[in-house]
Design a protein around this ligand. Structure first.
Ligand SMILES: [Cu+2]
Length: 680
């Protein structure tokens, strides 16, 4: 659906300039009409999580069928930055049930771009592993008066239903688009046919964007000053989390922004103010055998502004960004032990974070085939604990703590690229640091169901930092056969991770003990991959990929949730408006987990991870687009299209769980889907 974009040339050139200056490592196209190699076989009907899984460096931690947690370069949320069109947004769940990617829908987005490692997008802070920016889809200024699209999808396993529609009105001076998206899923069946209880969800999303271009002095055409506004409302209800002890009654996000843009002859300057608000309510009332019923709501709101200037000066493509945001995070918990008085505690003590930063990136063409990219950011932040009760509870463990903290973080990265006809070579290095997250610094008895420990934050944590080295080599064996080898290594100092604290006893029923976040002197995460791409004939294309990762703590023990060897091979056949593909993918056995001798002697698995079996599945898909595909500059009628996509995932109905499936909840069994998209 939502295939109504035609950016005016003025906006398009602006976007291209911004992308050049950002050196995007990978982009997945979400909207039906966007152009680019990477997109989901399910088209725009795919969930954000499915779109994300198309990215090479991304894997997803799954706690249910909704709201998967993106992992980049084997690093989770704490070490990543996720922004929506440059806007900061923070999740509101102490159990990570709501990564911020769960508060948008495919219909809202044009694409998702990923910058791997420390070379982040200008608004990113704390992005050691990488930064994701979700690019909103806007109608743009265009002479065409009206576009509309509608889509519907059905998946037989779990009776997933997806409906979406949108419409856009645009002219040279103004545009307005609006749309709605609805998803509903029942419990799905795992391989072999068993139903996975509490894997249902429901979600609605509405959005609107509007833009005005002011007339230039003395001119009749649209001018160089424009104002753009965005509004997104997203609400998920009755979301089951089969891997956790609780579900979600409601997770609601409100995202708003107002941007002012001015175009200079060789530059663009955008200033955006934004506000977003998230409410998250957990629910265990539908679970059988709950020992102690609990209420656990969380709230997050963020207000911010950024101002980005991009320009081209001789051989330089420069981007200068200033940003400022203020975020409030509060979560509490009320336990209702049968027959006794309720117990109340604050789990995130209403932490206010004021963060401001300055970023500069420069893409320099050194010679005809060589370029250098430099990026740097420095950020300063203040945190204040606004909830007295939460502050005093934490102070019992840290008598020296105060209610305000200051941190300075930064990053700097350089990357050199050499391109010839036969090969492309790039290597880079960077350094960056991040401040502890609110959970790591001030969390209070947060039960982690992965290792069954209650976690307490540590306000005296030092910033974590890392040196990154990366390289990539792309070469052709035949004109039609390309290989890419790439790798990166992150050498951490003061790596933040939970550590056993035997002097404290847990509060959660069934918890094994307490961990307190601490800095370990060093840790290493390394990733390497080999990809091949072969255009066999004009119609037939093959690609394959294998990747290897490793993560070690200061004792040399494996860090948790590091991918085992993973691989994928895909054959694509393309003839006119018909396309079909077969993908086989799998993981080797996950046998590298932190079960060292010392912790085993104490009867503990260091990070709670256990083995995951190897697996492989086969997916088939096909698509046919009737009428002329969108994008041709013909008459409007010819631009309309009707796309049918059908496919089957996990054809052989394998029962399997990946290393990233929280508590080994099994993946979907055989799943047949049919998606229809109509674009006018
Ligand atoms: Cu939650």
């Amino acid at each position: 659906m939502l295939s109504t974009v035609l950016l005016s040339s003025i906006l398009l050139s602006d976007t291209v300039a911004a992308q050049k200056a950002q050196n995007l490592d990978e982009v997945v196209i979400v909207s039906e009409t966007g152009r680019g190699r990477k997109r989901s076989a399910k088209g725009q009907v795919a969930s954000i999580d499915e779109h994300l899984s198309e990215l090479k460096n991304v894997s997803l931690v799954r706690r249910g069928s909704y709201a998967w947690e993106p992992v980049v370069n084997n690093m989770q949320t704490e070490r990543l930055s996720t922004t929506i069109d440059g806007m900061k947004i923070f999740y509101a769940c102490t159990d990570k049930m709501d990564p911020v990617t769960s508060y948008v829908e495919s219909g809202n987005l044009q694409s998702i771009s990923l910058n791997s490692g420390l070379d982040g997008n200008p608004q990113a802070t704390g992005n050691i592993g990488g930064s994701l920016d979700l690019k909103l889809r806007k109608a743009g200024f265009d002479s065409d008066a009206f576009h509309a699209s509608a889509s519907a999808g059905h998946e037989w396993n779990g009776h997933v239903q997806v409906y979406g529609a949108d419409a856009a009105l645009s002219s040279h001076r103004t545009y307005l688009n609006a749309g709605a998206f609805y998803r509903h899923a029942d419990n799905y069946k795992v391989g072999g046919g068993d139903e996975l209880h509490f894997s249902q969800f429901q979600k609605v999303n509405v959005f609107t964007n509007a833009g005005v271009r002011f007339p230039s002095f003395g001119g009749t055409e649209g001018g160089l000053d424009m104002l753009e506004a965005t509004f997104i409302f997203d609400r998920a209800t009755d979301v089951g989390y089969p891997a956790l002890n609780m579900d979600v009654a409601k997770a609601e996000g409100l995202i708003t922004s107002l941007a002012y843009k001015h175009l200079f002859p060789r530059a663009s300057w955008e200033t955006k103010a934004y506000y977003n608000h998230i409410t998250h309510e957990m629910d265990d009332t539908k679970r059988p055998d709950v020992a102690i019923h609990m209420d656990m709501p969380g709230k997050s709101w963020t207000a911010g502004v950024y101002s980005l200037l991009t320009t081209s000066l001789k051989q330089h493509d420069l981007a200068l960004n200033y940003d400022l945001y203020y975020n409030r995070l509060f979560a509490d918990m009320t336990m209702y032990p049968g027959g006794a008085a309720p117990m109340y505690m604050v789990t995130w003590p209403d932490v206010g974070t004021l963060n401001t930063g300055l970023a500069l990136t420069d893409n320099v063409s050194i010679a005809r085939r060589q370029s250098l990219r430099l990026s740097a950011k420095v950020a300063w932040q203040q945190q204040r604990l606004n909830n007295e009760e939460g502050y005093h509870a934490l102070r019992v463990f840290f008598p020296g703590m105060t209610d305000a903290y200051y941190q300075t973080t930064g990053r700097i990265a350089a990357n050199y690229q050499l391109s010839t006809i036969n090969y492309q070579l790039s290597f880079g290095a960077g350094w960056g640091s991040r401040a502890p997250t609110v959970t790591e610094a001030y969390g209070y008895y947060l039960n982690n169901t992965f290792d069954q420990y209650d976690y307490i934050g540590n306000p005296s944590l030092k910033n974590e930092s890392a040196v990154e080295l990366n390289g990539s080599f792309n070469f052709s064996v035949l004109p039609s056969l390309h290989f890419t080898i790439d790798g990166n290594v992150f050498l951490f100092s003061n790596y933040i991770i939970g550590q056993f604290e035997t002097r404290l006893s847990p509060m959660t029923v069934g918890a094994e003990g307490v961990k307190v976040y601490g800095n370990i002197s060093h840790a290493t995460i390394a990733n390497a991959s080999l990809t091949a791409d072969w255009q066999l004939t004009e119609q037939l294309r093959w690609n394959g990929k294998v990747s290897y990762s490793s993560g070690r703590d200061d004792d040399g023990d494996p860090l948790p949730l590091i991918s085992p060897i993973s691989w994928q091979t895909e054959l694509q056949y393309h003839y006119q408006r018909f396309q079909t593909q077969a993908i086989v993918k799998g993981n080797a056995r996950q046998s590298n987990y932190g079960e060292n001798q010392r912790s085993l002697a104490e009867g503990k698995s260091k990070y709670g991870e256990t083995a995951a079996s190897e697996w492989a599945i086969l997916n088939l898909s096909a698509q046919y687009s009737f009428l002329r595909p969108f994008g041709s500059k013909r008459a409007k009628l010819e631009r309309s299209s009707f796309v049918v996509r059908v496919g089957v995932e996990n054809l052989f109905d394998k029962l399997y769980a990946t290393y990233a499936d929280w508590n080994h909840i099994p993946q979907k069994g055989r799943n047949i889907y049919l998606n229809l998209t109509f674009v006018l």
